[in-house]
Write a protein that binds this ligand. Structure first.
Ligand code: IPM
Ligand code: MG
Length: 364
């Protein structure tokens, strides 16, 4: 197969982890006779520096013309004082919106060999396998108005949490479709005891639920969900929720895997190219030092192969390779414990590439 991939390295550790993921893609291409061609484009701080906008037109065009988009991370202290519309994060939100990527899938799987790098007890996290389905193009992130204003004669600010029925319907459906091929349970997370938007969310979730009689639907308030995620995460299969709740809960859930450096994500919409990125940020403190954990980005390209290219076997080989290197005890700093030898980004990537080579050889 021939696939065009737009690569947005972004800021901080973004370029390093993206490089790792591209090497993994090339390894897969070599073994399976695929051709991946890469177009690099600018997003975030690097685009602000060079083109005065976090999301240049050329970047949007390149993304729209591709079969899949690979993104590193955006943001950093250098751009933290810029006005809202000129921040790197605005570029990320912009590209999600332009590609209509309303569904953000964040799978959380605890690798057994990593359970001791989590701050949580082994018996709590062993066997965790859940999927956060985060709404990505609505809610507080995109509501209008979002601005400074005056209230009662003093400075104030407002953000708006708005959802249209159709926006809730399509994301909840997505969650049910995923639950069908998982463990048949959807937990819809809201704040229906306080927010009107959550009451509409809950109503719509109920309605969609009637179309899936074989799948269990439960509703959970977001504060309780935050608590349940660390109390008993194994109760969850698919968790569906609005944009900001999903942002917060997915960072929390990453600790079930031991590190924020382990969680991949796929953002998909209605037919166009999907966008694949690690959920971690640009980690400016370790940028450019060859220290970042590339596994979340590598796992993100596995999701690209599976969800955008239908290359299920190839995706599984990448996932198997990740498990293999972890089981073999290879660790970057973020997942290491005292006494472990710490691998650099490039060394970890080599281990994954070697594991893919080995797995493919055994299978042939
Ligand atoms: C994420 C990130 C982004 C978000 C930021 C960088 C805008 O935290 O993908 O989780 O909030 O969506
Ligand atoms: Mg986040």
């Amino acid at each position: 197969m021939n696939k065009k991939i737009t690569v947005l390295p972004g800021d901080g550790i973004g370029p390093e982890v993206v490089q790792s993921a591209v090497e993994v893609l090339d390894t897969i291409a070599k073994h399976f006779d695929h051709q991946f061609t890469y177009t690099y484009a600018k997003l975030g701080g690097v685009a602000i520096d060079e083109e005065n906008t976090p999301l240049p037109e050329a970047t949007v065009k390149a993304c729209k013309e591709s079969d899949g988009v690979l993104l590193g991370a955006v943001g950093g202290p250098k751009w933290d004082t810029l006005p809202g519309h000129l921040r790197p994060e605005k570029g990320l939100l912009g590209i999600r919106k332009q590609l209509n990527l309303f569904a953000n899938l964040r799978p959380v799987t605890a690798h057994e060999s990593l359970t001791d790098s989590s701050t949580l007890k082994q018996e709590v996290i062993n066997g965790v396998d859940l999927m956060i389905v985060r709404e990505l193009t609505g809610g507080l992130y995109f509501g209008d108005p979002s601005e400074r204003c005056q209230k009662d004669g003093e400075e104030a600010a407002v953000d708006t949490l708005l959802y249209k029925r159709s926006e809730i319907e399509r994301i909840v459906k997505q969650a049910f479709e995923l639950a069908k091929v998982r463990r048949q349970k959807v937990t819809s997370v809201d704040k229906a005891n306080v927010l009107e938007s959550s009451r509409l969310w809950r109503e719509v979730a109920e309605e969609i639920g009637t179309q899936y009689p074989d799948i269990e639907l439960e509703h959970m308030l977001v504060d309780n969900a935050a608590m349940q995620l660390i109390r008993n995460p194994k109760q969850f299969d698919v968790v569906v929720t609005e944009n900001m709740f999903g942002d917060i809960l997915s960072d929390e859930a990453s600790m079930l895997t031991g590190s924020l450096g382990m969680l991949p994500s796929a953002s998909i919409g209605s037919g166009g190219p999907g966008l694949y990125e690690p959920i971690h940020g640009s980690a400016p403190d370790i940028a450019g030092q060859n220290k970042a954990n590339p596994l979340a980005t590598i796992a993100s390209v596995a999701m690209m192969l599976k969800y955008s290219f239908g290359m299920v076997k190839e995706a599984e080989i990448i996932e198997e390779a990740i498990s293999h290197v972890l089981n073999a005890g290879h660790r970057t700093g973020d997942i290491s414990k005292q006494g472990d030898a710490i691998l650099s980004t490039t060394e970890m990537t080599e281990k994954v590439v070697d594991a893919i080579d080995a797995i493919v050889t055994v299978k042939n």
